[in-house]
Design a protein around this ligand. Structure first.
Ligand code: IMP
Ligand code: MG
Length: 172
């Protein structure tokens, strides 16, 4: 393991929790066909593991949002870098996030997507950092509640590093 890192959620726990989330989502969307909107880049690992545990029909699509600048601190600015390929009007949308921190990114996309008149919008996030929340959000499916410290691994990066780690780690 990288020397300055401390594992906070190991790969086995992540795998087990994703199975539970997938079961809940499969139960809730049994006769529907939700559009899973993965928010790039951080959620690409999570969504890949999540979809392999779902036993319902779904569509997967991707958007890319810029929120963080370089380093661990948010710039506060949010913009849509890559939009969906699908029309979501009348559809059941589930945002797939790696981590919700201030919540500013998610509230921006929420507002942007509501204007497209989907039938429903829910959120699944692997990690939820309540300590730093600024926006008022409702998150239906949460993998793990964690403290407000910066984490990497399992898709999450620090300046593009550490995305491939099979666990979630913080810095010592
Ligand atoms: P928010 O807008 O503050 O909720 O931040 C959301 C986005 O910031 C996430 O989708 C991540 O891309 C990034 N982010 C927030 N916290 C972390 C972290 O601890 N590690 C890596 N990226 C993070
Ligand atoms: Mg993200």
């Amino acid at each position: 393991m990288k020397e300055s890192l401390k594992v906070i959620i190991d790969g086995d726990r992540i795998k087990a929790r994703i199975s539970e989330l997938a079961r809940e989502i499969s139960d809730d969307y049994r006769d529907k066909r939700p559009i899973l909107v993965a928010v790039l880049k951080g959620s690409f690992v999570f969504v890949a593991d999540l979809v392999r545990e779902l036993d319902i029909d779904f569509v997967v699509d991707f958007i890319a949002i810029g929120s963080y600048g370089a380093g661990k601190k948010s710039t506060g600015a949010v913009k849509l870098i890559k939009d969906l390929n699908h029309d979501i009007s009348g559809e059941d949308v589930i945002f797939v996030e790696d981590v919700v921190d201030s919540g500013n990114t998610l509230s921006y996309i929420y507002a942007n997507f509501l204007a497209r008149r989907p039938k429903s919008i829910e959120v699944v996030t692997l990690l939820n950092k309540m300590d730093n929340r600024e926006a008022n959000l409702s998150i239906k499916y949460t993998g793990f509640d964690i403290p407000g410290e910066f984490v990497v691994g399992y898709g999450l990066d620090l300046d593009e590093k550490y995305r491939g780690l099979p666990y979630i780690a913080s810095f010592k």
